[in-house]
Design a protein around this ligand. Structure first.
Ligand code: KIV
Ligand code: ZN
Length: 390
């Protein structure tokens, strides 16, 4: 049975770039956009064109450059925003306008000092206006995570009637639990008239560390687009991480869902974005962190040396990492030491290994990590007959 496709909507260049200190110039954005297109993302959110002349120019140049992906520009439910976004994306092969408004009680009361009915009117007007420029219009219900489901369904129904092709259900504040977010998507699937005319999209923030789990709950319950960023960068604690959702769907064929992403480019793309934005990836970050395929405890190392699958669920090559690494620390065992010694040219006998291991532990207790140069020194200063090692 062929798998259902989940569209990957990358917002590294919009929500991701909102991170303080991560601002990119147009040239850097073009390089990243080109890479995202080769990676296989379905939609590139290139920016928020009304926000600055620089962002307008970047969106315009990305629209002209990108060959395969849809290029999208963000707007508020404001006429001028929509006109400027339409102008910026008009050179794209596949243009999309992403417009929307806050729908939670808190946004309606405090941000807009308005009413539920007025918000629906504004949402419908924005979608209808965007529709006069492009066929593909995505609507976001900002703070949908904290919006009452019944009201959210009414908003969705109204904007579908106005022509929205995609309905973005953002958990803007990263508040929802996975079950709650999944139930919200299911509720919309079951209660919005005309829902078959639109794709439901998950846009989850990571304030409670649940962005990835919530997005997966969303697609399990019927959403078919995930909005995410490389390395999970984004406002505050970040957005859903692209590499995580892609690999979750790939590692769980039972879900019967897949994406168009060429996973072998994930690691390299992560390095590129981290480098250009000057944003370090935490070493223990899933999929792309420097420790994601590194083994340092003796028990794990022994298992991985015997068979990689004992402690790894992903083949590192599948995400563009050449191989797993066996890191030598004071927690490592003989198997790891013998393996690393062999890699630098020493085939140790069992007796030699015992003696070298004692010496190794003394070194390892003094250093955080033993590197190849240390291995030579450890072996040379061990009390062993080295005639067979020359
Ligand atoms: O988090 C959010 O609600 C957003 C919208 C503007 C799509 O980024
Ligand atoms: Zn967001």
């Amino acid at each position: 049975m062929s798998k259902d496709k989940v569209q990957i909507f990358d917002t590294t260049l919009r929500d991701g770039e909102q991170v303080p200190g991560c601002k990119l110039d147009t040239k850097q954005k073009l390089v990243i956009a080109e890479r995202l297109d080769s990676l296989g993302v379905d939609v590139i959110e290139a920016g928020f064109p009304i926000s600055s002349p620089g962002d307008f120019k970047s969106v315009q140049e990305i629209a002209a450059l990108v060959n395969n992906a849809t290029v999208c520009g963000l707007t508020r439910s404001v006429k001028k925003d929509i006109e400027v976004a339409a102008e910026a994306i008009k050179g794209a092969k596949r243009p999309r306008i992403h417009t929307g408004i806050g729908t939670s009680e808190s946004h309606i009361k405090h941000k807009f000092k308005s009413t539920q009915e007025d918000i629906i009117e504004r949402a419908v007007a924005a979608v209808a206006y965007a529709k006069t420029f492009v066929e593909d219009v995505e609507f976001y219900a900002e703070d949908a995570g904290r919006t009452d489901n019944e009201y959210l369904a009414r908003v969705c129904e109204a904007v579908i009637k106005a022509g929205a092709t995609v309905l973005n259900i953002p958990d803007t504040t990263g508040y929802c639990l996975p079950e709650e977010y999944g139930t919200k998507i299911k509720y919309l699937k079951e209660n919005v008239t005309g829902i078959d005319k639109a794709i439901l999209s998950c846009h989850c923030h990571n304030d409670l560390g649940l962005a990835t789990a919530n997005s997966i709950a969303g697609v399990i319950n019927g959403a078919r687009q995930i909005e995410c960023t490389i390395n999970g960068i984004g406002e505050r604690a970040g957005n859903t991480s692209l590499e995580e959702v892609v690999m979750i769907l790939r590692q769980h064929p039972d879900l019967n869902l897949d994406t168009n992403i060429n996973s072998k480019l994930l690691y390299d793309t992560s390095l590129m974005v981290s480098d250009k934005m000057g944003m370090v990836v935490q070493p223990n970050k899933a999929i792309v962190g420097s420790n994601a395929f590194a083994h340092s405890s003796g028990i794990h190392q022994d298992g991985v040396i015997k068979n990689r699958e004992t402690y790894e669920i992903i083949d590192p090559k599948d995400v563009g990492v050449s191989e797993s690494s066996i890191v030598l620390t004071a927690r490592s065992g003989r198997a790891a030491l013998a393996y690393r010694a062999k890699n630098v040219g020493y085939e140790l006998t069992k007796l030699q290994l015992d003696a070298v291991y004692d010496n190794f532990l003394k070194f390892a207790d003094r250093k955080k990590e033993i590197v190849d140069a240390d291995i030579h020194e450890i072996i040379e200063t061990s009390q062993i007959d080295m005639s067979n090692l020359a």
